[in-house]
Ligand binder design. Structure first.
Ligand code: TRP
Ligand code: ZN
Length: 471
């Protein structure tokens, strides 16, 4: 498959749930986020596509996750310590956490009352939290985690494999293996301590601080210092061949590869340093101190995810998939979404990076790639909706987001010229580094950097359904 990160027939299936926005509006009201009293944290951040994603009333600064996983029994034991800060007075707040059994929950060492409802873990601390107060939530839990099914029918979260687990959380799955403020609006640093049977490897994000084996079990300690959205966290477990090295630029690379995928993966993974170098020239400095790849064998997943610093692949990737997931480190990971509706800011950018890579490495020009897509008839699903308005969570990983999103960038490039186009991309990565960006902010930046009026271009290509007239 040319694009293993995408699942087939996403568009076809998605069309069935076109009425979701209406249901969503109802849910938002039913959930009754912080109203008059104003001391109850909202059950969501207000994302219309995923109304219960994230929570109101606090931000998480740090997650400390201590996990033990036994692939044979598929049993997970976890302790999550969240350091958070209240943004309002809180008599009650929610976390997102689905499935696993909770055996203890404290807020600043005091036992807290809690109840569960769907993905909401509703916590009532013994004393109200003051606005601005830093507090620590400790949740102990265990059980047999499994994935969630997304609105488009794909699996995400903790996906058991024959030798461990494939762990990827976009858009919703983080809450299947740790309690989180599960929306990209809230980014935090992470520490992972993961214990697995000797012979298995547990790979998370960031830098490996150390590993040690005792009584037939190995513990891996990982640290992700730069801010990360919960969906980009991983703790993938398997029998992996591991390779570690440092690039000339000082980035620590850790590759973990399922031996059954090793011969197919090797020639592609070898290119990671040169791909990151090339992308750094186009987009500005690589945002992280660590990099690498996790190549698993997870046939039920069928896509890759740009897990921060170290993408996870459900089978050996081809080069353009590696280029794509690497581009997300700038676009999607360092510069995060504020709302899932803006997903083209991730996928359009990563897809256009594939085109640019081809163009600059002896392949097809971006113009040719554009032309062959543009040749698709007006009835093609590519034109079904505009990139910046997928309509619901069921459509966020489909063609209009990826391909037409990339086409939009190409039209922009043609309109402003190469110099300004690449200046816009670099300015975007720089101004929103480790933060967030919106479609409106990108449009404004493109006009500022180029001095060209672009409202019509963006209106046509990003916001209007149907096949645009020839640019
Ligand atoms: N963001 C991933 C990529 O483009 C793809 C992805 C993540 C995905 N979760 C998904 C695709 C769920 C389909 C369904 O690299
Ligand atoms: Zn992508």
């Amino acid at each position: 498959m040319n694009h293993p990160r995408r699942r087939p027939a996403v568009l076809g299936r998605g069309a069935v749930v076109a009425t979701v926005p209406v249901a969503v509006a109802a849910l938002l009201t039913a959930a009754g986020p912080a109203t008059a009293a104003g001391t109850v944290g909202a059950s969501g951040v207000g994302d219309p596509y995923f109304p219960f994603a994230g929570n109101g009333g606090y931000h998480v600064d740090h997650y400390g996750l201590t996990l033990g996983y036994d692939p044979a029994s598929r049993h997970l034991t976890g302790t999550a310590v969240l350091v958070a800060r209240a943004t309002q007075k809180l008599t009650r707040f929610d976390l997102d956490f689905k499935g696993l059994k909770i055996t203890g929950l404290t807020v600043d060492r005091d036992k807290a009352a809690y109840k569960r409802s769907g993905q909401e873990l509703v916590v009532t601390p013994s004393r109200a939290l003051r606005k601005g107060q830093t507090f620590r939530i400790t949740v102990r839990y265990n059980g047999k985690p499994g994935p969630v099914t997304d609105p488009d029918g794909s699996l995400d979260g903790w996906v058991p494999t024959d030798d461990g687990a494939f762990v990827a959380g976009e858009p919703q799955g983080a809450m299947t293996w740790f309690p989180a403020n599960n929306h990209p609006l809230d980014k935090a640093s992470y520490d992972f301590t993961i214990t697995v049977p000797k012979g298995r490897t547990a790979v998370a994000n960031g830098v490996l601080l150390g590993q040690s084996t005792k009584n037939g079990r190995t513990t891996f300690r990982w640290r992700q210092k730069e801010p990360m959205a919960a969906y980009l966290a991983t703790a993938t477990v398997g029998k992996f061949k591991v390779k570690q090295y440092t690039t000339r630029g000082g980035v620590k690379v850790y590759d973990a590869v399922d031996p059954r995928e090793a011969s197919a993966a090797a020639p592609v993974l070898k290119k990671l340093p040169s791909v990151l170098d090339w992308e750094s020239k186009l987009f500005g400095p690589y945002p992280y101190r660590a990099a690498g790849s996790i190549v698993d064998r997870a046939p039920s997943v069928g896509y890759a995810l740009e897990t921060q610093t170290r993408p996870v692949y459900s089978s050996a990737p081809d080069l353009s998939t590696l280029v794509h997931e690497s581009a997300h480190q700038w676009f999607g990971n360092s510069v995060s979404l504020t709302s899932w509706k803006d997903i083209w800011l991730n996928e359009g950018f990563a897809t256009y990076t594939e085109w640019l890579y081809d163009e600059q490495h002896g392949g097809e020009s971006a113009q040719k790639t554009f032309d062959s897509l543009y040749a698709r008839p007006a009835s093609d699903s590519l034109w079904e909706f505009p990139p910046a308005d997928p309509g619901s969570g069921a459509h966020i990983f489909s063609d209009p987001v990826y391909a037409r999103g990339a086409m939009t960038l190409h039209v922009l490039r043609t309109a402003v010229g190469d110099r300004d186009f690449f200046r816009i991309l670099r300015a975007w990565a720089k101004q929103h580094r480790y933060g967030h960006g919106t479609t409106a902010q990108f449009e404004r930046l493109a006009e500022q950097e180029s001095g060209v009026r672009l409202d019509k271009l963006f209106k046509t290509w990003l916001h209007t359904k149907g096949k645009p007239g020839h640019p």
